[in-house]
Design a binder for this molecule. Structure first.
Ligand code: B4P
Length: 191
């Protein structure tokens, strides 16, 4: 199996690149952000709770997203592999993911981390906010909060995957095609 963590701050291009990678490598795309937005759109109790946090740029509780990922892994038994997009976002999530995969006799092959500076992130998200209707993209203060959450809780995962020798840094500023080619190159060189 090929199991990839596509990593980066909010607006780094994780969703954009995942869409292309799943097509090229025939992987299952697991985006916790997309799953949460689906729950919100369906008005589920989980979605209503998550919305309060997401609209403020705050991470939703670990047990909620870990449960969602566990369900999705169980419901795709024949998958060739998975792209984890926006998950894990905390050390507890990363440890839970390792455990869930080991129960299925598999593991993460690599963490591909997209590097994008804060100024570019804010511009991209504000520009998406103009037509996406996402409340968390519409307000610069909320975008800054998401970047703060990333720096405090999510960026430390770089060390977590470095310790497992699975971290690869990818330049995330450039055209979507250029960045896709860098990702493909990195995947094709995995040992
Ligand atoms: P996500 O849905 O994961 O939101 P994101 O980080 O903004 O997405 P992404 O990084 O994929 O955006 P993309 O670059 O594709 O999370 C939203 C919220 O959900 C979080 O704040 C949190 O509250 C909650 N949540 C989700 N997962 C969680 C978890 N595991 N634990 C706890 N809470 C969780 O797109 C950005 C824009 O840039 C797009 O408009 C795109 O077109 C553009 N873009 C992409 N590549 C570009 C390029 N090369 N050049 C110019 N623009 C580009």
């Amino acid at each position: 199996m090929l199991n990839l963590v596509l990593f980066g701050p909010p607006g780094a291009g994780k969703g954009t690149q995942s869409a292309r990678l799943i097509e090229k490598y025939q992987l299952v795309h697991l985006s916790t952000g997309d799953i949460l937005r689906g729950e919100i759109a369906n008005g589920t109790p989980l979605g209503l709770e998550a919305k309060k946090l997401m609209d403020q740029g705050i991470l939703v509780p670990d047990e909620v997203v870990i449960g969602m990922i566990s369900n999705k892994l169980d419901s795709n038994p024949g998958a060739k592999g998975f792209i984890f997009d926006g998950f894990p976002r905390t050390k507890a999530q990363a440890a839970a993911l390792d455990q869930l995969l080991s129960e299925k006799n598999t593991s993460i092959n690599a963490m591909l981390a997209l590097n994008v500076n804060d100024e570019e992130l804010i511009q991209r998200l504000l520009s998406r906010g103009k037509d996406s209707g996402r409340p968390d993209d519409a307000n610069p203060d909320i975008i800054r909060k998401r970047i703060e959450e990333y720096n405090a809780k999510t960026a430390p995962l770089i060390d977590y995957y470095k310790a497992q020798d699975k971290y690869t840094s990818i330049e995330g500023v450039g055209t979507v095609d250029q960045i896709f080619n860098l990702l493909v190159d990195a995947i094709n060189h995995l040992g």
